[in-house]
Design a protein around this ligand. Structure first.
Ligand code: C2E
Ligand code: CA
Ligand code: CA
Ligand code: CA
Length: 279
């Protein structure tokens, strides 16, 4: 047992030092990532299953690191938030995603919207509103086709200042979705104070539906509450036909997930997986 302990400690220490090394190379590497063309954006459609129409495309960032390979946003976004590089990275992403959407055949005439994830750190940046509007203007992207996805964690910060910023952008036509809905916040009163347009039901609910841990009462309640507030409801992480069927029964008709399409590069957006769902 003593031997085992020592071996575990050694394994753990080497694991930790790798993590630290990785953290350091992520931190220094992020600064060059934009300039060296290592960032790219993938897109995943949101489908209205009643009509088969693509209602929105969510932009999901990727980083192709020269030595570490592709790094998940779950690993580098927190570092970017700590070091402040989240600001230029998010600006780069917004510009790139808007340009991709404008070039996407079938995007503009159908009014398909662009969904972009927002970091709480961006809202603390004094020029966030000004910079966002400037980028949309420079690229020629209509603000009403942009939807920012925020998480409920954001609202646990300073709700008053969040209200002010979201209303300013909303006045220009930009809409907001609550991402990972149902996982973060206990009070729902914010739904009336903020210009929220969409609720995205977290994929954990979708999964527990199929596994029978949830008979649909919870998801059904979210759908009917959202409806009564005039909100659009999107289910995330839909992977199986069974989940699709259950969600439809619960009157949730907009979905995103591997069942329809994995996140894919802009050039592939007119590929088969997406085409199949386009009306
Ligand atoms: P999210 O916003 O909740 O995005 C959904 C995540 O679920 C994505 O992971 C997506 O690839 C994945 N996903 C989609 N469909 C399915 C499915 O059917 N099954 C399963 N198991 N997963 C599915 P991804 O791309 O790794 O992004 C992870 C998170 O990183 C995102 O979660 C978001 O919070 C953050 N993120 C991604 N791009 C950006 C960005 O540009 N800016 C910021 N601030 N955060 C970002
Ligand atoms: Ca999201
Ligand atoms: Ca989500
Ligand atoms: Ca998430």
């Amino acid at each position: 047992a003593k031997e085992d302990d020592r071996r575990h400690v050694a394994v753990f220490e080497s694991f930790m030092s790798q993590r630290v090394d990785q953290h350091v190379s992520i931190e220094s590497g992020l600064r060059q990532a934009i300039a060296q063309n290592q960032l790219n954006v993938l897109y995943q459609p949101q489908i209205d299953v009643a009509s088969g129409r693509i209602t929105a495309m969510e932009a999901l960032i990727r980083w192709r690191h020269p030595t570490l390979g592709t790094i998940s946003p779950l690993d580098f976004i927190p570092v970017a938030e700590q070091t402040g590089s989240i600001i230029p990275i998010s600006q780069w992403l917004l510009r790139t995603a808007c340009q991709d959407m404008l070039r996407w055949p079938g995007g503009s005439e159908s009014g398909t919207r662009l969904a972009v994830n927002l970091s709480p750190v961006q809202l603390e940046h004094a020029d966030f509103v000004k910079d966002t509007l400037r980028i949309l203007h420079e690229v020629g992207f209509p603000p009403h086709r942009l939807e920012f996805e925020i998480t409920e964690h954001l609202l646990m910060r300073d709700l008053e200042s969040v209200v002010t910023i979201l209303r300013k952008l909303s006045a220009h036509g930009i809409t907001f979705a609550v991402d990972d809905f149902g996982t973060g916040y206990s009070s729902l009163s914010y739904l009336q104070r903020l210009p929220i347009h969409t609720l995205k039901i977290d994929q954990s609910f979708v999964r527990s539906l199929q596994e029978g841990r949830e008979e649909g009462h919870l998801v059904g309640a979210i759908v009917s509450m959202g409806r009564s507030l005039g909100l659009k409801i999107v289910a995330e992480g839909v992977e199986t036909q069974a989940q699709l069927d259950m969600l439809r029964r619960l009157k949730c008709n907009e979905m995103q997930g591997y069942l329809f399409s994995r996140p894919q590069a802009a050039l592939d957006l007119s590929g088969e997986a997406v085409e199949r769902w386009r009306s």
